[in-house]
Structures are given as structure tokens and as C-alpha cells.
Design a protein around this ligand. Structure first.
Ligand SMILES: Cc1ncc(COP(=O)(O)O)c(C=O)c1O
Length: 385
């Protein structure tokens, strides 16, 4: 007779504790400055806190509509139209989600069946692959170019097969800080012509983009937009990662299928937070000022590394900075990142944590969504290594 425990068969046998948890715990144990996980160590705008409190006092405390609060969907549609010139119908093409993670999980669950192939670019944010595997799909990796993390579009096209059901892109990119250009988006659009492939465009760092670059949302490209779910995160944009509030937009036929799964997954999302966000978005400056805000943080972090032995990789977007430590150590990235915490009290994430097997690239990722004081303390230590 098998015991109950021996009968448990993991659907994700290869998944262990994430590198984010591991590094976070190590940072805590050694009281290290924690630049590992991707969240701000400063508070959001007090106006936003006041708005959510007001919403609760006004009675926004029961279930919200399944697709999201109407006023929030309406203002999301206006924002996308103003920024990218694409119109989405709030009635049928916009759904509010529990952060981008739930949007991504739900899209994959709604469309991926066993043996479907999903192309993703590696290194990649960690939530895509387990969602694909849980649904019986097969993740197919396309490695970004080692030197500059750009896409080899020929290699991408070579990976498309009759079984390819979906492609996941992410711009600005976590962990590399690179962005997809207009030419890249056109390459993607053209490569998918005459296929039934669906795209997830993970654009959670859409407003964290530097040096005058414009965010090339998939929604800007008419043909591409017809097959794409664009996923966004208010958590990333407004320093409220703990609220887990985001949304996705897609053409009505795709969104119809999405909502069939969404309604039995979460049904609906925090009502008071949605009301607060609908009001807060009435001031576009709240997100239009974000590139400048984070560019200053990136510049402060990079300037603080002046004279250090790290090589700074270019960062055009997101709040992550990759540093190359090949002039410092022969260790693999995990060993180096662990030693940074234990000996120098600074926590980062080794690049190999982003589902790439290569531990020898000698790159570690630092999050610069931190106060000036934290960034100055961190760079003072990094300069001595
Ligand atoms: C690329 C990327 N996508 C999605 C997410 C998750 O976003 P959310 O917190 O809104 O679920 C993150 C968070 O780190 C991310 O870096």
C-alpha cells in the first residue's frame, strides 16, 4: 500500500525555493544591504494612500466587477490611446488583475494545452516557465546575445514550429535592463505574420525607461497588437508592489477566453485599490515623471561605482543594473553573489537565477529602486571590492 506522501507527484519537480527568497533570507541573516529583490524601499505617494483610505470609507469594500472597476478600465483605455495610439474597448478588451503575475498565469492557462510550445527569451523573469509547465506546455528558450542582450531574430524564427502557440517578450527587460527597439518589434510582428501565435508582452517597467528612449509597447504595432496581451503592473509604476494590482489588454476574442479562466481564478481584484488607482491616474504626471525619477537613481548608482572594479553594463530601462565582476573573481555567479552577502554585506541576484543554466557569465543584478542613502551605502561598499 503506498503511503499518502509517496502518492504525491509534483507537477513542478524541478522548482525549488526561488533565488529571490534564497538571497533575501541570506541578506537578512547577514544583515546585508538588500539590492536583490525588485521592489522599492521607500513609500508610495501619500496621495495614493489617502485615496485608498477614502475609497474604503466610501464603501468600496465588496467584490468589484469581474473585469475590473469601470472607471479604472476607462482611464486605462485613455492612457494607452494617449501614449501609444491604440484604442482598447474597456467593456471587452481590458481586465484588471492581481498584478502582472496573475495576468500572465491566466493567459498561459487559458491558451496553453499539453505539448504546445512557448518561446521565451533567456534570461527571463522567473514566473513564465512554471506557468507553461503546469499547463503541460513546453518552454522553448532563445538565448539573448551574451554581450548586449539583444535578440537574434534569425534564431527566433528558427525556433518557430507548427507546435508554437505563444511567445513571451519583456521590455524593458528584467534582468538585463535592455529595451526592445521599434525595429525589434517590427521583426517580431513580421516573423509572426500568417501564424496563429499569441504574444504575451510583459511591459511592467513601461514607465521606467531612460536616456530619452520611448517605450515601444506591442500595442503600438497594429498587426502585432491583434495577437497580443500587453501586461502592466501598477505595483511597479507607483511603488506599491505589495498591492498586487495590474491589468492586461488584448483584442476582444482573446480577452473573452482570458476572462473565462480569470473569473474562476480570482474572479475579481481589490475594489478599494482599484477605486484609488482610477482617481490617481487622472493626473498623468504621476507616471510621466517616472523615467526622470528612476534615471536619477540609476545615475546615482552608476556614478557611485566610479573607480570600482566592476564593469557596468548599459541599462536603458527597468530598475535593475547588471554588473560584470570578471575583473574581480573567477567564481561562478552564485558563489560570487553569496560571498558578496557573507563578506561584504550586499545582496544581489546572480544572473543564472533567471532560468539560464550558464553560471559562468560573471554577472550579478542589483536593484536600484532604493533611497539615496541606501544606494550611497551600497556603492561605498562595492567600490572597495
Ligand atoms: C518582468 C516582470 N514581470 C512581472 C513581474 C510581476 O509583476 P507584479 O508584481 O505586478 O505581479 C515582475 C516583478 O518583478 C517582473 O520583473
Amino acid at each position: 500500500m503506498p503511503t499518502f506522501r509517496s502518492a504525491i507527484v509534483s507537477k513542478l519537480p524541478l522548482v525549488k525555493t526561488t533565488i529571490f527568497t534564497t538571497m533575501g533570507q541570506l541578506a537578512q541573516k547577514h544583515q546585508a544591504i538588500n539590492l536583490s529583490q525588485g521592489f522599492p524601499n521607500f513609500e508610495p505617494d501619500p496621495e495614493l494612500i489617502a485615496l485608498v483610505t477614502e475609497a474604503m470609507n466610501q464603501g468600496f469594500n465588496q467584490y468589484a466587477p469581474m473585469a475590473g472597476l469601470w472607471s479604472l478600465r476607462e482611464i486605462i483605455a485613455e492612457k494607452i490611446e494617449a501614449l501609444h495610439g491604440q484604442s482598447y474597448d474597456p467593456e471587452t478588451e481590458i481586465t484588471v488583475t492581481v498584478g502582472a503575475t496573475q495576468a500572465i498565469f491566466t493567459i498561459i492557462t487559458a491558451f496553453i494545452s499539453p505539448m504546445d510550445e512557448v518561446i521565451l527569451f533567456k534570461p527571463a523573469y522567473d514566473c513564465y516557465e512554471p506557468a507553461i509547465r503546469l499547463n503541460g506546455g513546453i518552454p522553448v528558450g532563445v538565448q539573448l546575445k551574451k554581450d548586449d542582450f539583444t535578440v537574434d531574430w534569425d534564431e527566433f524564427r528558427a525556433k518557430i514550429t507548427p507546435k508554437t502557440k505563444m511567445v513571451v517578450i519583456n521590455t524593458p527587460h528584467n534582468p538585463s535592463g535592455t529595451i526592445l527597439s521599434k525595429a525589434d518589434m517590427i521583426q517580431l510582428q513580421d516573423s509572426l505574420k500568417d501564424t496563429g501565435i499569441i504574444v504575451i508582452s510583459d511591459e511592467v517597467y513601461e514607465h521606467i525607461i531612460f536616456d530619452g528612449h520611448e517605450h515601444q509597447s506591442a500595442s503600438r504595432f497594429h498587426d502585432l497588437a491583434q495577437r497580443t496581451f500587453v501586461c502592466s503592473s501598477f505595483g511597479k509604476t507607483f511603488h506599491i508592489t505589495g498591492w498586487k494590482l495590474g491589468y492586461c489588454v488584448a483584442p476582444a476574442e482573446l480577452m473573452k477566453e482570458f476572462r473565462k479562466t480569470h473569473q474562476f481564478n480570482v474572479f475579481s481584484v481589490d475594489h478599494a485599490a482599484q477605486k484609488a488607482m482610477a482617481d490617481y491616474l487622472k493626473t498623468p504626471q504621476h507616471y510621466l515623471d517616472l523615467p526622470k525619477f528612476y534615471e536619477q537613481k540609476r545615475n546615482l548608482f552608476v556614478a557611485g561605482l566610479n573607480g570600482s572594479r566592476f564593469t557596468i553594463k548599459p541599462c536603458s530601462g527597468s530598475y535593475f543594473q547588471l554588473l560584470d565582476y570578471s575583473a574581480i573573481s573567477e567564481e561562478n555567479d552564485m558563489e560570487f553573489a553569496e560571498r558578496l552577502v557573507v563578506e561584504h554585506k550586499i545582496a544581489s541576484i546572480p544572473l543564472s537565477g533567471f532560468n539560464t543554466e550558464d553560471k559562468t557569465q560573471k554577472l550579478v543584478r542589483f536593484c536600484f529602486a532604493k533611497t539615496t542613502e541606501t544606494l550611497e551605502k551600497a556603492t561605498a561598499v562595492l567600490r572597495t571590492i
